[in-house]
Structures are given as structure tokens and as C-alpha cells.
Ligand binder design. Structure first.
Ligand code: ZN
Length: 228
């Protein structure tokens, strides 16, 4: 095995080891293709898939084809000079709206002394995650609702920019946070987008939950592999 993955010819290495055709694809791109062919994206020619989990990844389908190398939707800026992102920039959609960011936002409020049911839901406030926050939102906890609203507002800023630029017929949300929250996330997100996006009619695109759960990427990989 290599000492470093930089400039390592992975595809030819695996091909040599297995004797099989090999395709390499980004996980969010594979998930976008999986949803397009087999999931919630069936019938849409142009769509954006976003996986909202520990980070935020994105894949784009344009004219029924996977748009490779079109950039990373998770790294559009939603807060100038906001939280430091893994990419090195500040205030990216990923840095402000991922599951990691939701947990961090809640913990910051708790450390500032705000009252919340969240304190009773975990043994240590450091253990508050996006799931804990979503559970507390369902119970009507005021602090959790504030965190949720702030996150959705920023998410709508990012998705609104993506929609204005790419004019997709559907934006499909997958990943652990979207799967766990479902309409708790989608419905207020639609309302926020309605307020923010004017260049494209809300009637012309849908905000949908991924149809294949955690397997979107596997279905996409299957399609890519069968074409190899
Ligand atoms: Zn970034």
C-alpha cells in the first residue's frame, strides 16, 4: 500500500489487483446519480443532491447526466467570515449547517448559560449532537428551536444561491441529519426558501427527501460500475 494517497494512481492499482474495471467517483456525486436513477430524483432532468451529515457534500445532475467536476455545493458561503471550514475558507454551507455545526451551535448557547431541555437529554453538554437538537425541537424546547431556525435560515441562504445559479427541478436532501429530521427540516426550509428565492419560482422546483436512505451512493456506484 502507498505511503501517501497524493498523486497515487488508485484506479490502476485496484484494477491491477482485481483484474476488474474500476471507476472512482466522489460519494455525493454517486448519491446524486443513485437518487436520479432509482430514488426521489426519478423523472427530474436537472437536480442537486445534498448530503447533510457530519459535513455537507453535493452532486449535480444536469440534462440527465452527472456533472463531474462542477465544484462543491457544500462550500458556497452563507456567512461572511463565519465558522472556519475544513476547506480553509470561512462561513461555508458545510461549516454553518452540517450536523457537526448544528451540535456546535447548540453547545455554544449552552456554554453561555441558556436554559434548555438539552441539558437533561445528555450526560455532558459536549455530547449534544444534531440528533439531540432535532429531538428537543420535537419536544418544543425553545433553545433547540432557535438553533434549528438559525441553521435552516443559513441553509436556505446556501440552497437559494445554488438554485439561483443552477435552476434545478429538484433539490434532494440526504445524509443522516436530513434522514433523521425529515419534514422537521424540509417544511421550514421550503418556507424560508419561499421568502428568499425570487429569481426562480418555488413552484418550479421541489425540495425532497432522499428516497434511498443511506444507500443513495451505493445505487449510484452500482450504476457507474455497470457502465464501466
Ligand atoms: Zn468550505
Amino acid at each position: 500500500m502507498p505511503d501517501s494517497w497524493h498523486h497515487f494512481a488508485l484506479r490502476s492499482f485496484v484494477k491491477r489487483q482485481t483484474g476488474l474495471p474500476v471507476v472512482i467517483e466522489n460519494d455525493a456525486n454517486a448519491a446524486a446519480l443513485g437518487e436520479h436513477l432509482y430514488g426521489a430524483g426519478r423523472g427530474y432532468h436537472d437536480l442537486v443532491y445534498l448530503t447533510i451529515s457530519t459535513g455537507i457534500g453535493g452532486g449535480i445532475i444536469a440534462d440527465d447526466a452527472l456533472a463531474h467536476r462542477r465544484g462543491e455545493a457544500g462550500h458556497v458561503t452563507v456567512v461572511p467570515d463565519g465558522a472556519l471550514c475544513g476547506c480553509g475558507a470561512r462561513g461555508c454551507l458545510e461549516a454553518e449547517c452540517s450536523g457537526t455545526a448544528i451540535g456546535r451551535r447548540a453547545r455554544r448557547y449552552l456554554q453561555a448559560g441558556r436554559a434548555s431541555k438539552l441539558r437533561e437529554m445528555v450526560s455532558d453538554t459536549e455530547l449534544v449532537t444534531a440528533k439531540t437538537v432535532a429531538d428537543a425541537v420535537r419536544e418544543g424546547d425553545e433553545l433547540a428551536c432557535t438553533v434549528w431556525r438559525e441553521t435552516i435560515r443559513l441553509m436556505a441562504v446556501g440552497i437559494g444561491s445554488i438554485v439561483a445559479l443552477l435552476v434545478p427541478q429538484a433539490v434532494i436532501l440526504g445524509g443522516g441529519v436530513a434522514a433523521g429530521a425529515g419534514e422537521l427540516l424540509l417544511q421550514p426550509l421550503r418556507e424560508e426558501l419561499q421568502q428568499r428565492v425570487h429569481i426562480v419560482s418555488m413552484n418550479s422546483f421541489k425540495i425532497l427527501q432522499a428516497g434511498l436512505g443511506a444507500d443513495s451512493g451505493l445505487y449510484g456506484a452500482l450504476a457507474l460500475g455497470s457502465r464501466a
